[in-house]
Design a binder for this molecule. Structure first.
Ligand SMILES: [Zn+2]
Length: 89
């Protein structure tokens, strides 16, 4: 009886450890390397709009009003990278 209980406990412990060690599939997708080097990306020129909360590359189809800025400035003002044109993070 005692052995069975121990086995059950060990099995549950292993499951908990495995779920902690193995990241969710979404984490792997995010960990993919980015093309631009991180150092230069902060000073890269990007564009924001008057109304939106995202910053874009020149030529993005969501870029209606074109206000020139840098990635660093955009971040400082709470802008996030556009998911369509993928400007530097
Ligand atoms: Zn965009």
């Amino acid at each position: 009886m005692y052995d069975l209980w121990m086995l059950k406990k060990l099995f549950l412990l292993t499951l908990v450890c495995a779920s902690l060690l193995v990241p969710a599939p979404g984490v792997w997708a995010q960990a993919q390397p980015v093309a631009q080097p991180t150092q230069d990306s902060q000073s890269a020129t990007v564009y924001i709009t008057r109304t939106g909360k995202k910053y874009h590359l020149a030529g993005c189809r969501y870029l209606k009003s074109k206000i020139k800025t840098t990635v660093k400035e955009a971040h400082a003002n709470g802008y996030a990278a556009c998911k369509v044109c993928h400007p530097p993070q």
